[in-house]
Design a protein around this ligand. Structure first.
Ligand SMILES: Nc1ncnc2c1ncn2[C@@H]1O[C@H](COP(=O)(O)OP(=O)(O)OP(=O)(O)O)[C@@H](O)[C@H]1O
Length: 636
């Protein structure tokens, strides 16, 4: 069992080896200087031995005393210098490895499928990216080297002690047996506690992250107290684990400190008897105890070094759990490239079930067949939970179909490189995520090169189409910092920035997951009109939760029981499909998070002219009527 644990510890830490190749010589230099410092420390008692046996003899002059003292001083300075050198050798490589591993971790997180991120708490990932790699760096720069040096110092020191007196050496070694036995049990229990505490810290980080993000909900629902209680409970669990760890380390430290001291006490008695019996000279006895004092330091540091090693092992295990998570959505082995993308989109026999769907439960999408002509605007309608968002997520391959295929211009999207696919397809979600950057950076996040247009012109055009002219009136205009650490925007403002971001990418296929739900009806109508004009060459699939969103589509597809059960114009479906009428009747007619868009005056130079004053929240939504299916607006 112990052997198995040993292997596990080594194999866990061994995974660091590939990361050490380029810095191995510096680590080796660090190890050698640390070892040199220990050897110098072990040499000092030998000088004492000579001093006591020669310079302190009656009738000897003081010359030898000065020489001996000078040698001890030089050795002391040398030891200190080696220690400084050790730090200098290892600090850069350790931080280099930490930075590389952290960057690799972040890159891997970016590549992992959404399905992975759905399963993992953000705090767990945060703690793995930050504190676990921090542990690992500290262990590498100090713990690992000192553990090797400590072991060598003890072995060399004990060998020296044996060479001076095997009787005294044996007494000292006797203390090592219980220490070793206790060390094995300590390692197992401390290793488990270490894993528990690092996981608990990760969970705690998730709670902090979620409550900071959801602070408005907590306040609005007066749940701050409950959240605090729950947090305090978890924090206490972590505290209990930390106390358990500290207690078990204290017990181990007690054993490794006390036993050598007891051995030394016993050794002192035996040593004096040996000197009295003429079997040992005084100089050797002094040197023996001075060496024992040098060895005692490393022995006492075994506990903290072992605990550090176990924490580093846990940290590496946790790191590689994520790094070894397989990316389920990858580039094809032999990708094809689309020369000219028209944007014809087809769902052919698409089935989809989430990995955690219970066995036997029906698949969410159960044979979806749907064709969108290039440049067409198609609304997707269905009751809540019918799988509309899921179907949309299949197009940029945020999830992959379980069976069937999604085709772009007749090519299975899994045959395209992900990067290429995602330049052809752009998405605006209902639940908008803005980054802690300026409006400009948020909008231009995925912006494609538009021939003849500067980034500023792309930005202006995207903001204008999304009716997000309010961005120019922010304190620093489009350079105003928004997102989590910036200015708070209303739900509708956020949606319009996200919509502008999707438009700026100028995709062949635009996927809109109810991106206008937070706009008031007038603003929505203006956005819809402009979208219809600029999306002339863009195939658009839009989830509609409001009749007015349906109104901007050329055709409507009805998702029902995992299939598309009807496709047609709004008028056709309204006239001939009971389920469509039922779904429409249940759609919201009011925005979910009303944003009036009164601040939408655009700068004159955009040439859009004055916009109609938006209606107030109480105004009725515009009616959806068969004119919805009239011909598309003229191109810009
Ligand atoms: N990551 C996920 N893992 C497991 N099940 C999920 C996941 N995301 C969504 N679901 C489930 O899949 C079903 C369809 O969700 P989806 O969001 O696609 O529906 P929707 O039609 O867009 O609903 P709504 O109109 O309310 O937005 C829901 O029952 C939901 O609980």
């Amino acid at each position: 069992m112990a052997n198995k644990d040993e292997t596990t510890l080594l194999s866990s830490l061994g995974r660091l080896v590939p990361h050490l190749k380029t810095i191995a010589w510096r680590l080796l230099a660090g190890l050698l200087t640390a070892l040199a410092a220990s050897l110098v420390a072990l040499a000092i008692p030998q000088v004492y031995r000579v001093l006591v046996n020669t310079a302190l003899e009656p009738g000897k002059g003081t010359g030898a005393l000065w020489v001996g003292t000078g040698v001890v001083l030089v050795l002391g300075i040398l030891e200190a210098w080696f220690m400084v050198l050790r730090r200098q050798f290892v600090i850069v490589p350790a931080t280099t490895v930490e930075t590389r591993m952290r960057t690799g971790f972040y890159r891997h997180l970016q590549q992992l499928a959404v399905e992975f991120h759905d399963r993992w708490g953000s705090g767990q990932l945060l703690s793995r990216a930050m504190s676990d790699l921090n542990f690992m760096r500290r262990w590498m720069a100090f713990g690992a080297i000192m553990l090797v040096v400590t072991a060598l110092t003890v072995v060399i020191g004990v060998a020296l002690m044996f060479s001076m007196s095997w009787e005294l050496g044996l007494i000292f070694l006797a203390a090592a047996v219980p220490i070793t036995i206790f060390g094995f049990t300590f390692r197992r229990s401390y290793g488990r506690a270490s894993r528990r505490s690092q996981d608990q810290a990760g969970d705690l980080a998730t709670v902090v992250e979620e409550s900071v993000r959801g602070i408005r909900v907590l306040k609005a629902f007066g749940r701050g107290r409950e959240a605090l209680d729950s947090f305090a409970g978890q924090a206490q669990e972590l505290q209990a684990t930390e106390v358990h760890k500290a207690k078990s380390l204290a017990q181990f430290s007690l054993v490794v400190t006390l036993l050598p001291e007891l051995a030394l006490a016993a050794g002192l008695v035996v040593g004096i008897l040996l000197v009295n019996g003429g079997k040992l000279d005084v100089g050797t006895l002094v040197a023996f105890f001075a060496t024992a004092a040098v060895v005692a330091g490393p022995v006492e540091s075994v506990g903290p070094l072992l605990s550090m090693t176990l924490a580093a092992k846990t940290a590496l295990d946790r790191h590689f759990e994520v790094m070894n998570a397989e990316n389920t959505i990858t580039d094809p082995a032999n990708p094809v490239s689309l020369e000219q993308v028209h944007g014809a989109l087809e769902f052919r026999g698409v089935h989809f079930r989430f990995p955690d769907t219970p066995v036997g439960a029906p698949a969410l999408l159960n044979g979806v067949n749907l064709e969108l002509r290039a440049g067409e605007i198609m609304a997707l309608v269905g009751v809540t939970g019918s799988g509309k968002s899921t179907l949309l997520n299949l197009v940029p391959r945020l999830f992959d179909v379980s069976a069937g295929a999604v085709l772009l211009d007749g090519t299975d999207i899994r045959q395209l490189r992900l990067a290429e696919l995602r330049t052809h397809v752009s998405v605006a979600f209902e639940d908008t995520t803005l980054f802690s950057n300026s409006v400009r950076e948020n909008v231009l996040l995925g912006a494609a090169d538009h021939p003849g247009l500067s980034p500023d012109q792309i930005l202006e055009r995207a903001l204008e189409v999304a009716q997000a002219g309010f961005a120019y009136t922010l304190p620093h205009g489009v350079d105003t910092l928004i997102g989590e650490e910036g200015l708070s925007l209303s739900g509708g403002q956020r949606q319009r920035i996200a919509l502008a971001r999707a438009i700026a990418a100028k995709p062949a296929v635009l996927i809109l997951d109810d991106p206008l739900s937070a706009l008031d009806v007038n603003t929505e109508e203006r956005v819809s009109q402009r979208l219809r004009q600029v999306l002339e060459a863009t195939t658009t699939l839009i989830v509609a939760h409001r009749p007015s969103t349906v109104a901007m589509a050329d055709r409507v597809a009805l998702l029902q029981d995992g299939r598309i059960t009807a496709v047609g114009t709004h008028a056709e479906l309204l006239a001939g499909n009971d389920h469509y009428r039922h779904v429409l009747a249940s759609l919201d007619s009011e925005p979910r998070d009303l944003d009036t868009g009164l601040d939408d005056e655009l700068p004159d130079d955009l040439g859009t002219g004055p916009l109609p004053v938006a209606a107030g929240p109480g105004d009725q939504p515009s009616e959806h009527h068969s004119s919805t299916n009239s011909s598309r607006g003229t191109a810009e």
